[in-house]
Write a protein of this length. Structure first.
Ligand code: SF4
Ligand code: MG
Length: 319
């Protein structure tokens, strides 16, 4: 609720704070149990920062997060979980990062990487934990024997499977995938996506799926939030968003997705200019500097989120 994450900009010899990068700027959304919620937008729009702030990996500037009925933090009320409570909640919430090549320790064998959490949380002793990690690796489509191997002995897709197995060790309920497919070849992406879908069904998981690839979120996600410059511009069920995009920004993004039928007529909407700096976002509607439909009111007044139809909200003065 009303989540904000600002990074201070410091300059001068005394490193005085002279401004802030508004990476996440007042966003609210709900992810239902068992759902896959997609967060999409261009790079730098605040998707990853949102994911990390939800998990309390980054200190929030403002707002609150509730997980499964439990308040993780509320900045205004100065309520935060203490270290111990946060640690136990960590087991329920995990994150998978974009590049499995850099987030797996190259000096550890796969068994140690996957079983680390079990040992650290005192769930199993090392040997038993390694056996449990065999099962997890098999669940993720790898061979149990690979526990003795090292990350460099695997392909990118296999490394992402290892990272997924590691995320599953503590039997989480909620997983954030921060562009987990972005570093993989297209054919491998489909395999990893299928794996994530199967795991979700079999283990009853809930996902926040962060991606810049609309083609992927269309098929994978139940609901989608479109982010622009730290804000959510539009939020809808996947069906509704693709059938009837409302926000001019969403329309331009969708017009860039290739159609499966090349005969289908489609007009590409090319936006003018670049994404403005999040250190100095435009006044009023943040999209007005690039919007083909901008009106005088857009330069002055911040549009509020409005529900247009069931499960379809948009933040734009046109509605
Ligand atoms: Fe465009 Fe105005 Fe809507 Fe912003 S509020 S997206 S500038 S029409
Ligand atoms: Mg990112």
């Amino acid at each position: 609720n009303n989540l904000k994450k600002y990074f201070p900009i410091c300059s001068g010899v005394f490193s005085r704070v002279t401004g802030a990068v508004k990476a996440v700027d007042d966003i609210s959304f709900t992810i239902k149990k068992g759902e896959i919620y997609g967060l999409v937008g261009e790079s730098g729009c605040g998707k990853s920062t949102t994911g990390r702030t939800i998990l309390n990996l980054l200190k929030p500037t403002y707002g609150s997060v509730v997980f499964n009925g439990k308040l993780i933090f509320d900045v205004e009320k100065k309520q935060y979980l203490d270290h111990k409570e946060m640690r136990s909640l960590r087991r329920d919430m995990q994150i998978i990062f974009q590049d499995p090549g850099t987030c797996l320790d190259p000096r550890m064998n796969v068994g140690t990487i996957v079983s680390e959490g079990l040992v650290e949380h005192g769930i199993a002793k090392r040997k038993e934990a390694i056996n449990m990690s065999r099962e997890l690796l098999e669940l993720c489509g790898l061979r149990g024997e690979c526990v003795t191997k090292y990350p460099h002995e695997f392909s990118g897709g296999q490394r992402q499977r290892i990272a997924i197995a590691r995320a599953l060790t503590l039997a989480p309920k909620f997983i954030i995938g921060d562009e987990p497919l972005a570093a993989l070849d297209v054919s491998i992406q489909a395999q990893v996506l299928t794996l994530m879908q199967d795991l979700k069904e079999n283990l009853g998981l809930t996902y926040l799926f962060i991606s810049h690839d609309l083609g992927v979120v269309k098929y994978f996600c139940d609901r989608i939030g479109v982010m622009y410059l730290g804000s959510i511009a539009e939020q809808a069920s996947s069906e509704s968003l693709f059938a009837n995009p409302l926000h001019p920004y969403t329309k331009s993004l969708l017009s860039a997705v290739p159609k499966s039928n090349p005969k289908e007529k489609k007009e590409r909407i090319i936006l003018k200019g670049d994404v403005p700096s999040p250190a100095n976002p435009p006044k009023g509607c943040k999209f007005h500097t690039r919007c083909p439909h901008a009106m005088p009111v857009c330069k002055e007044t911040v549009p509020q989120m409005k529900t247009i139809e069931t499960d379809h909200d948009v933040c734009c003065h046109l509605y």
